[in-house]
Design a protein around this ligand. Sequence first.
Ligand code: ZN
Length: 405
Amino acid sequence: MSAPSSADMEYYYSQLFPFSDIFYWLNHSREPSLDMANRELAMAFRSGAYKRYNSYTTPEEFKQQIERANPDRFEIGAVYNKPPKERDALLKSEMHPLHKELVFDIDMDDYDPYRTCCEGARVCTRCWRFITLAIEVMDSTLKEDFGFRDIMWVFSGRRGAHCWISDRRARMLTDIQRRNILDYVNVVRDRTGNKRLNLVRPYHPQLSRALEQLKPHFVDIILGDQDPWRNNDSAFGTLITGLHDKSLQEALRKHWTENPDRSSQQKWADIDAFAAAETRNNHSNASRKQDYMNKLKECKEDIVLQALYPKLDVEVTKQTIHLLKSPFCIHPATGNVCVPILDGFEPNQAPKLHQLQEEMQKHGNNVKETALQPFISHFETYIDTLIQHTEDDNSLKRKREEVLA
Ligand code: ZN
C-alpha cells in the first residue's frame, strides 16, 4: 500500500488528472453546457471535511479549483436546475436535481462468504473474477433488456467497480424508476447467503440467461478454485441452507461432520447422491420422486445465482442526488488510480500514483509515456462515441419536434 501525501495529490492534479476529459464526459459535449455548469461536485479532504455543491463552467475552471482545494478525492452528483455553487444565495425550494447518470456499485466484500483467497479489503487476481463476472452479467442486462449503449465500468481503486450509464434515457430516470430498475436487477438481496433464495419458477428470462452465463464459472470458480465449502461451517451456512428438504440437510450434515475436509466439488456431488437415497427411502411414487428431484435442481440453480449473481450496493443507485467518486481519482489508501476497466483488467494493472510520478520523471513529464495513457485513450474514445450518440439523440429530437410543430 502506498497512500499518497498531499504533495503527491497536488502533483497529480496539476500534471496528470484528465480534467478536460472528465468535463466533456459529464457534459456530453465539447461545448460548455448546463450538464456541467449545473453539475454538483463534492470534495473529500484528508481532514475528514466534505464540501458539497461545487460547480464549474469550463474545464479550465474545473482544473484550477480542484488543484487549489487539493482534495483527497472528489465525487460526482446530479445536474440541478441552477448552478450548485449558487446554492447559498437561493431558497432551498428553488433548487432541485434534474438528472444524473444511472450508477451501480459492486463491492468485493459481498462475495466474502464465497471467497477463500482473500478477505476484507484485500483482493487478488483470483477473487477479482467475481467482479469480472458480475460486470459481464450486468452488461447483458443493461444492453439487452434496457437497450443502454453508453456504459462505462470504473475500478473503485481497491476492491470494487462502479458502473456509469450515460444514455440520455438513463440520465433522465426518476428516483422511482431507478428503484424499479433495481427491483429488476437486484435479485440476491440477502448478502449472507445463509437463507434459501427460493426464486419463483419459471425463472424470468433475465435470470435464465444469467444462470447460463454463470454455470460454467460456478464449476470453475466456486467448486474448483475458491472451494469455500471444504470448510464445514461454510457448507452448513451457505450450501446446506439452500436445500429444500430438512431430512436431506440432516443426512448431509451428519456425513460431512463424520468426513471433514470433503471438497466443495465432492459436497456438491454428495447432494445428488444423498437426494437419490432420500427418494429411494421416502418417495415410492414415481411422480413424487420426480417432483423431489425437480425441486432439488431448482435449489441448486438458486445456489449458483446466490454465489455468483451480481451483488449490488443499492443505496448508490436509488437516488439521483447520490454522489459517486469520479473516475481517475486516486484511492486514498492504496494510491491506485480509479481507471476505467478495460477487457481483461485486473486490479494489479491499475497504475499507482507513485509509479506514475517516477514514469513522468523518466519521460520528461510526458503523460503519454506513462501507464495512465492506455486508460486515458480508452476513455477519450468512449467520450467521442458518447458525444456522437448525444448529438444523434438531439437531432432526432429536433426532427420529431419539427414534424409535430
Ligand atoms: Zn483473492
